[in-house]
Design a protein around this ligand. Structure first.
Ligand SMILES: [Ca+2]
Length: 202
């Protein structure tokens, strides 16, 4: 149980990571922990909550008012006999998963253009936001990928309620390239291109 801690905090680290590096995200106060019983002076570092995660920081306060902390701690914390642990903070680093998705159907009807597909951020329950670029120019409008869908072989199970339906009217006449761009939930600056389609509007 957490004692004396505020709301869960989310910190981003490694935003400027070089190409190919995995972005790590630090979550504090989300790791289930329990302070040791009063007669024990040993605080074991909790285990990470998921594969690939690691405990990045632990900070403890004992009843004498002393603070103990460690980055990437691997050994238990001890306080002097007679004291008890009164509060703790535990942070965990997790790697960011890229959005998974695909544009499945593109339809042109007169000057109406529709795109249907799915997008989800693995491990996240929130819905992904998608936007489009038209002929290379990004359009500042978002659609939420929360459209329900009966699972099919072309749809992963995680995506049954993560469909997107983009409808755009009054589309300019001519041939255009439309790309669907999905925004990562943890790191919104990490966009994933879900595919581009050429359409002819007559
Ligand atoms: Ca993500």
């Amino acid at each position: 149980m957490l004692v004396g801690l505020g709301a869960a905090a989310l910190l981003l680290v490694g935003l400027a990571a070089p190409a190919g590096a995995i972005d790590m995200i630090e979550y504090c106060d989300e790791v289930p922990t329990e302070l040791p019983q009063p007669w024990s002076s040993t605080y074991e570092v909790p285990l990470p909550t998921r594969p690939g995660a690691r405990i990045s920081y632990v900070e403890l306060v004992d009843s004498y008012g002393e603070t103990y902390f460690g980055y990437y701690p691997t050994s238990p914390f001890m306080h002097p006999d007679g004291g008890v642990w009164v509060s703790e903070q535990v942070c965990e680093e997790r790697s960011n998963s890229q959005v998974v998705g695909k544009t499945l159907i593109t339809k042109v009807e007169g000057r109406l253009v529709g795109l249907f597909g799915y997008a989800f951020d693995p491990g996240m329950s929130d819905n992904v936001q998608v936007s489009v670029s038209i002929d290379g120019a990004w359009r500042p409008q978002y659609w939420t990928a929360n459209y329900p869908w009966v699972s099919t072989p072309t749809f992963p199970a995680e995506a049954t309620d993560k469909g997107f339906l983009i409808l755009m009217g009054d589309f300019p006449v001519g041939e255009h390239e439309i790309c669907v761009i999905a925004q990562d939930i943890e790191i919104p600056s990490q966009n994933v291109n879900l595919g581009c389609t050429r359409v002819v509007v007559k």
